[in-house]
Structures are given as structure tokens and as C-alpha cells.
Design a protein around this ligand. Sequence first.
Ligand SMILES: O=C(O)C(=O)C[C@]1(C(=O)O)C=C[C@@H](O)C=C1
Length: 291
Amino acid sequence: MKKIGFLGPRGTFTEMAAKFLFPQDERIPLKTIPRTIDLAFNKGTDYAVVPIENAIEGTVNVTLDYLIHQKPMPIVGAVSIGIAHHLLSASRKEFASIAPKKIISHPQALAQCHAFIQEHFPDVIVEHADSTAQAAAWLAKHQQDDVCVIANREAANLYGLSIVAEDIHDYRENQTRFLVVSASHQQEQLVTKQAHVGEVTTLMVTLPSDFTGALHQVLSAFAWRKLNLSKIESRPTKTGLGNYFFIIDVQQLMDDVLLPGAIAELNALGCKVDVLGSYCTYSDQLTRVEK
Ligand SMILES: O=C(O)C(=O)C[C@]1(C(=O)O)C=C[C@@H](O)C=C1
């Protein structure tokens, strides 16, 4: 049985993702995303499952930055999970009669429900927790009537809280993509074939400084080879204002010809290229996106 680290406690969305990919394995809840990554890096777990991107709020910067700057590890898989947020209370009151002074949750969850909070509780104090389930566990312990948390149904059941408002995320199509990273395992077939929706190679490209049209030339190296890109994102190198690198997702696994050719072309332009992973992607929606 493998050991899977995830952002805990039990009842997080990350646990849903870990359970989906590793239903038979031992799942180990950890307090924060960095700690989850640390343990996999030190080979205390076989895999870490960490959130990377949300359809409403975008990249989970702490995951990307920590993986790049602190504990680099290959990405060996990714899974997208449908995300539904609910407002949870320790009391049994109806929505119309609650007046929370404070709403606690993970910053990503709070951001995904921003419009709901503004509309219904414009003066509420918003407090960050390490995860949605951690906020739910706190409320179950402290039983405060004037506090609500945002978390999922599983957390409501686990911690005995009631759902006072359902599906409070601001846009219906809410999904989060989670990465599976490992210091000890290669990419492998993680779940049943039906959940497999595609393949990705993630590259980190640092442009040479002061090179007019560099990004244009980088993109051309993929374009003329007909390599499809599904994401391009810039993040600061943390070496000075205005210094950025690019994270590029190419929609295919590493091959012998096209991707090595594109990388060689980028190197010739003076770019530094790191392959962060070449892996299969999965989804709980069970639909294969044909290329
Ligand atoms: O707090 C949780 O339940 C998590 O699993 C973290 C997390 C995230 O960081 O994006 C995961 C999915 C949702 O987007 C909200 C929160």
C-alpha cells in the first residue's frame, strides 16, 4: 500500500482528489500545502496531492512557488475535481435567520465565493484557515453561533455542522486541478482508464534578459510543430522586480522528436528550459477530451 500525503484534515477537497486517484492506499492528512510537499520530498510519502489551479480563482500560487523554489519534484499526474462550496454553521438555524460576524475558510474557497459573501454579508470579517476542512473542524470544536465556515458536504457530515446555504461558489462551472508529485515514483497509471482525459508535459521556461520578441519566438517553436498549449502563465523569478519565468503546459507526453526539438530551439534562443513533468491527466467528470 502506498502512502499519499494530502492537505488535511479529513474532509478537504484535496482529500477528495487523493481518494479519487488512490482509493486503496493509505492517505495521510497534513496541515499545510508546503508540509504536504515537504514530506513527499523527504520520501516520507510516495506521493503528494496538492491543488494547483481553480477555474474561478486561477493558480494556487503557494503550490507552484513552493514546488519551483523550495522543493522541486517531478509532476507525475493531475486530476480535475468538481468543486461545490457550502456555507456551514454549528447552529440549526435557517439561512434567513443567521447573521455571522465572521466567515472562515481557505483563501481559495473564500475567493471563489466572493460575490456571495459581498451580497449577503458585506460587513462580515473574513478569516483565512489552512484548509476548508480545518475551518469546519475548528467550528465543530468551538460551536460559535456567530461564525460560519465555507467547506464541502463531506466536511459538514464529518464535523456535524449544518449546511445553511448550498452551492455558494460564484460561477457554476467550478473545478480545481490537483497535481500529484513524487520524489520516488515515475508517472504511472493512477486510476481507471475511463477517468483519463489527456496528457501534459509541463515546462518552465526562463527567457534571456533584454531579448526583443523572445516570448513570440518561444511560442513559435511550439506553433510550427503543431504542439498544442493548454496553459501559459508567468510567475516572478523572485530575483528582482520585472523578472519572470513562464510555465507552459503542452498537450502531449514527452516524445523523441517534437518536444526535444522545441526545447533545443528554445535553448538556442538562450532560454533555460526545465521539464517539470510529463504525465496523464484525469477528471472526475469521466469524459475523455479527444485531441
Ligand atoms: O481547503 C481545501 O479543502 C483544499 O483542498 C484546498 C483548495 C485550494 O487550495 O484550492 C482546494 C480546492 C478548492 O479550490 C478550495 C481549496
